[in-house]
Design a protein around this ligand. Structure first.
Ligand SMILES: [Zn+2]
Length: 129
């Protein structure tokens, strides 16, 4: 498997969410519902397939870190991306629906002000067979 590591900032429409402007005090009225999730979109470099995520996709994987990759593919991606894991302990895995490349998005998450969670996408790792 040929592995490529790309910074999330060069691929995604947004990498840090929720945006600070969406964080409002509970007593404030907002024109925007702070719980309306932004679409987090990017084009997979393997074959330019467009793909979209929601914040909830990243929330799920913080609570339940699991992979849908085969053991072999996951092992190869982990071996190639060891140095990224310390700062970006969470990941979201999937196979490209068009060409079947194994993809892992590494990200950080934690508690921001007022007990809200923040998410920060860092790297995308591709394994192309
Ligand atoms: Zn692809």
């Amino acid at each position: 498997m040929k592995i490529k590591i790309i910074k999330a900032k060069t691929l995604f429409t947004i990498t840090d969410f929720p945006k600070p402007t969406e964080r409002i005090e509970p007593w404030e009225q907002s024109a925007r519902d702070p719980h309306t999730y932004e679409i987090i979109a990017f084009n997979l470099p393997c074959c330019k397939q467009g793909i979209e995520f929601k914040q909830s996709d990243f929330e799920k994987h913080v609570e339940a870190p699991n992979t849908c990759l085969s053991e072999k593919d996951e092992a190869e991606i982990e071996k190639a991306s060891k140095r990224l894991v310390k700062k970006n302990p969470y990941f979201l895995d999937f196979y490209c629906p068009k060409c079947g490349a194994a993809v892992r998005i590494y990200y950080d998450a934690g508690v921001a002000g007022r007990g809200e969670m923040f998410y920060s996408l860092a790297y995308v790792v591709f394994g192309i067979n």
